[in-house]
Every structure is written in C-alpha cells, then in structure tokens.
Design a protein around this ligand. Structure first.
Ligand SMILES: Cc1cc2nc3c(=O)[nH]c(=O)nc-3n(C[C@H](O)[C@H](O)[C@H](O)COP(=O)(O)OP(=O)(O)OC[C@H]3O[C@@H](n4cnc5c(N)ncnc54)[C@H](O)[C@@H]3O)c2cc1C
Ligand code: SF4
Length: 498
C-alpha cells in the first residue's frame, strides 16, 4: 500500500501529481479514495509512520509512543492546560480512536445552514444521507452486539435506564470485532475499520500513491495559484512535489498551522477553534467489572445531547485505570489487587461553546483554549450525572477526579453539591480534548471564513481544506463519520468541476 517510506529517504526527492492530499486520517482518506476511484492522479503525504497491526503495543503508554502525536503529551496553552490528543500515523487518528460512529445530526446541520444558507449547495441533506449510507456500508458500521459488551457497558445501560435517560449500544466501524478492548492503542487484529485498514488500501488499489514519513512544511504558489509543496522526510531527506491542487486534511490543529507557515494568514485562520472537552469518572461496584474487557466503548447515553452532554463507557487498560485511581505508594498494591477489577470507567463529552485559537508560538504549544465559566458549569453537571448513573447502577462509591472536592463520594447527595458548589477554578478538573473543529472555517463570506463552500481557500486557487477545521461549529457527537461524509461530498464536487 505504501509507495515510499520516508524514513528510508535521506536525499532529495522530487515528485509530481495532479492532486496532493496532506494527511491520511478520515478527511484525507475519504478525499483520496473518491478521487482515485474517479481516475484522478492523487498522491497522499502522511507525516506519521505506517505501523503493522502486529507491531502495536498492548499497553496505553507504548501505544502513545508509537502512534500518538507528541506521545499524547501535547497540551493547550491555557490557565488549565488540557491534553490535545491526536494520532500521527498512516490512517491518522482513526488508528487510535474508539470506533464510535455518529452521523452528522440534523439539528447541527440545520444550524449550519440557517447561519449560512449557501452551505446547503455543498452539503444538501439528502446527498449527505446517501453518502453516509455508503460510508456506513463500507466501514461495516452497526450497533455493538450484546455479546461484545462488557460489564462496564452493561452497568451504564442499567444506570441510565434507572434514571430514565435515553441510552443505546454504540454504533461502531468494526468488522468481526472480538472485544479485545485495545482500540485506543491500535486494533491488533485489524477488526477496527480505521483508514489504514479500509479506505487507504482501497485508494491504493484504485491508483493513489501514499508516502508515509513525509512532513509537509509549506505550500508553494506561482502566479497566484498553488504550485506544489515542500517538506522533509523522516529519514532526513527533503522533498518537493509539483501539483495543480493541494488538499489539506492534516486536522484542525495542523491545517491552520500549515496555512500560516505558508504565509496564508487570512483573518480567521486559526480562530474559532472548538472542541468537545471530556471528563471521566470511576465508580466501584461490588462485583468485578474488568473495564478493559469487551468492545473498548460499547454503550452511550444520548438523552442529554440537546443540553450539550454525551456520556460513553470508556474501557481503559489496567495501567491507565490504575493511574486514574489516584492511589500512590503502599496503598497502590492493595488498590490494584482489590479495587481495580471492580472499577467502572465512564466519561462525559461537552459540546462546549468556548472558542480557542491555533497559532504557532515561540513560547509554548500552538493551541490556546480556555473553558468559559458556562462550559465549566456544564462539566460539573456532566460529572454529577455520571455519578448519579453510577449510583443508580449500584456503585458503592465514585471517584469524581475533581481537585478541591471529595476524593471519594459515597453519598449520592454530595453530587448535587459538586454541581452547585464545586470548584470554579478550571485547574481543578482533569479533562482531555480529542474532537477538534472550526479553525479554518468554511463559509460564503470571505470576511468570516478561510475557505469557501467548496472547501477552496478564498485567496489561493487550487488550495482546499477538507478536515473538521472547516466545520462551522462543533457537532456535539463523535466526529469521524461526519468528517468522512463532508470530505466525500467535497471530493465529489471537486470531481464534477474538474
Ligand atoms: C483517543 C481518541 C479517541 C477518539 N475516538 C473517536 C471515536 O470513537 N469516534 C469518532 O467519531 N471520533 C473519535 N475521535 C476523533 C476522530 O478520530 C478525529 O476527529 C478524526 O480522526 C479527525 O480526522 P482528520 O482526518 O481531520 O484528522 P486526523 O485523523 O488527525 O489525521 C490527520 C493526519 O494528518 C497528518 N499530518 C498532520 N500534519 C501533517 C503535515 N504537515 N504533513 C503530513 N501529514 C500531516 C497527521 O499525522 C495525521 O495522520 C477520537 C480521537 C482520539 C484522539
Ligand atoms: S475492541 Fe479490540 S478487536 Fe474490537 S476493534 Fe477494538 S481493538 Fe479491535
């Protein structure tokens, strides 16, 4: 599947293609697949390595070293730094994600169209549905069968049911998943239909060339149009590629950085960055849970999505779970033996309204992002509901993970106190951001957007952006399938117009 492995290139490499796609995650793979199947000469450049499934590390820390950008240790530049977690490999973040698949919700789509009716020309609802049907078929997306759920999932279902909140088995892009619970470290048996397993091999079969270990440094232009790209290989060599069209699919952090590095600093580039900050909770149950067994994430609670809250069971490997328990020293041994197998692990993701900015800085990480008070209040509510569901499912106690509040909550009424009187300082909350949006947003008004409704840059003909950086807002749901659908529709339009 890989035409050139950049880690073996020590000298200069020159190439040409009609279209070059930067990034091989869901956005880049969907675009490259559509073009290759239409007979277009397409080259995919991916900064990360191509790792075989058999080489994936079984534990979280090994997986982070191998497949995550900055070993998973990239954080926001803010008063309360949040990890910004991204994959860096052939297949992008799809290699390390939970395989949760959500269509773009109609309410989110309607809001986008209401704010900018011209978007409907690119994203007509019916075409979005048809494209997503095809993606769902190709990626074998369906609800998690009951035999693959673990106790972690079943307890969440019981807790939500007891409180009367809508819940359901998670729809996932997996084929013959055996519930090994290692999605976040890379599926060792390629059951997860990540891009390196599904779309990229199909694109390569249709003629796309894929170069891994190739970091694009800048987009070049001649006479006011795109002329190609330059960059460096993992082996130390440099490359130059000539092309008529560049398609950025490097993610909502790296795409704006690449535009800025190429001198394309149109006003909103990097602004309006949005995310879904996530917070987790552990709860101890009398019977063993073994939260690392079953499909990594098999059940979700959807009933409070309109309020900006979505809850998921979150299977973690024992090492991660032990770290999250916050026990040290002599007590750790006892906690690992006696408590760890009894811990359920769930998370809440917020459809946060806070906006950040992506900009290269000499003084720290490129993503500036602070949670507003309203989002912090939403986080407290989410943590409260997580705890209430755990108690409703029979938890003996829960660990909210909020500094400055009870480390262990045994009395459910304390959860209301957490929501109402819990710390107002964002540094007390341990969150993470994994869903990223909006930093090169798409729109018909060049004053308010970076790319137009076809994904083409307002200032540089031949340059397109197709990842979730172009989404006008966050979606409130796991974004991979929406990214695949939007990128596919933009690719179809590009094919029609060229
Ligand atoms: C731990 C985790 C779990 C998640 N779980 C889910 C889930 O269950 N369901 C879901 O819907 N979403 C999930 N997500 C989010 C989802 O995976 C991402 O939203 C999605 O992969 C983003 O797609 P993308 O193509 O925009 O970017 P990515 O998938 O991040 O791909 C971008 C690629 O571009 C490459 N790149 C960047 N810069 C350059 C450069 N200069 N030159 C060359 N290549 C470059 C990167 O190395 C990367 O491979 C999860 C994310 C994380 C971190
Ligand atoms: S749960 Fe295991 S087998 Fe299933 S997709 Fe994830 S890693 Fe692969």
């Amino acid at each position: 599947m890989i035409a050139v492995d950049g880690s073996t290139v020590t000298g200069a490499l020159e190439a040409s293609a009609q279209v070059v796609v930067v990034g091989s995650g869901p956005a880049g793979s969907a675009f490259a697949l559509a073009l290759a199947e239409a007979g277009v000469d397409v080259l995919v450049l991916e900064e990360g390595p191509h790792i075989q499934a058999s080489e994936y590390h079984p534990d979280s820390f090994g997986g982070m070293r191998q497949l995550y950008r900055g070993m998973g240790a990239t954080v926001t530049r803010s008063r309360a730094p949040l990890p910004v977690v991204q994959g860096r490999a052939v297949g992008g973040t799809s290699v390390i994600n939970g395989a949760i698949s959500w269509r773009l919700p109609e309410d989110v789509w309607k809001r986008w169209i209401a704010n900018d009716p011209a978007l409907e020309e690119t994203l007509p609802w019916q075409a979005l549905q048809t494209t997503t049907d095809t993606i769902e078929r190709r990626l074998s997306i369906r609800p998690t069968p009951v035999e693959l759920t673990g106790a972690n999932d079943r307890l969440m279902a019981a807790g939500a049911e007891a409180l009367g909140i809508d819940h359901r088995p998670i729809r996932r892009n997996v084929r013959d998943c055996e519930g090994a619970g290692r999605c976040l470290q890379g599926c060792p048996t390629s059951r997860k239909q990540s891009m390196d397993v599904a779309f990229l091999p199909a694109a390569a079969t249709a003629g796309a060339r894929i170069i891994c270990g190739a970091e694009v440094i800048a987009i070049t232009q001649e006479r006011g149009s795109v002329s190609g790209l330059t960059g460096s290989m993992a082996g130390g060599g440099r490359f130059t590629v000539r092309c008529d069209t560049v398609v950025l699919a490097a993610s909502a952090v790296q795409s704006p950085l690449l535009l800025q590095a190429s001198g394309l600093k149109r006003a909103p580039v990097g602004a309006h960055f949005r995310a879904h900050p996530g917070f987790s909770m552990l709860g101890r149950f009398a019977d063993p849970v073994n939260a690392w067994e079953g499909s990594t994430q098999g059940h979700e609670v959807t009933g409070l999505r309109a309020d900006g809250l979505k809850f998921e069971a979150l299977g973690l490997d024992p090492g991660m779970l032990a770290a999250r328990m916050g026990v040290l020293g002599r007590n750790l041994r006892r906690a690992v033996d006696e408590d760890l197998p009894h811990m359920a692990s769930w998370a809440v993701a917020l459809k946060a309204q806070s906006e950040g900015r992506v900009k290269r800085s000499w003084f720290g990480p490129p993503v500036r992002y602070d949670l507003h008070d309203a989002d912090l209040a939403l986080a407290r509510r989410g943590i409260r509901v997580l705890g209430e569901m755990m108690f409703a499912a029979g938890a003996e106690y829960v660990l909210p993970g909020v500094a400055g509040f009870d480390k262990r909550v045994e009395d459910p009424s304390r959860l209301a106190a957490l929501e109402e009187e819990g710390p107002r300082d964002p540094r007390c909350y341990t969150g993470v951001i994994t869903h990223l949006f909006g930093s090169c947003r798409m729109g018909s008004d060049p004053k308010d957007s970076v790319v137009g409704i076809t994904g083409e840059h307002h200032d540089l003909p031949g340059l397109y952006v197709v990842d979730s950086s172009i989404f006008p807002t966050n979606t409130g749901v796991n974004p991979q399938t929406s990214i695949l659908s939007v990128s596919s529709l933009l690719a179809d339009r590009w094919i029609r117009e060229h």
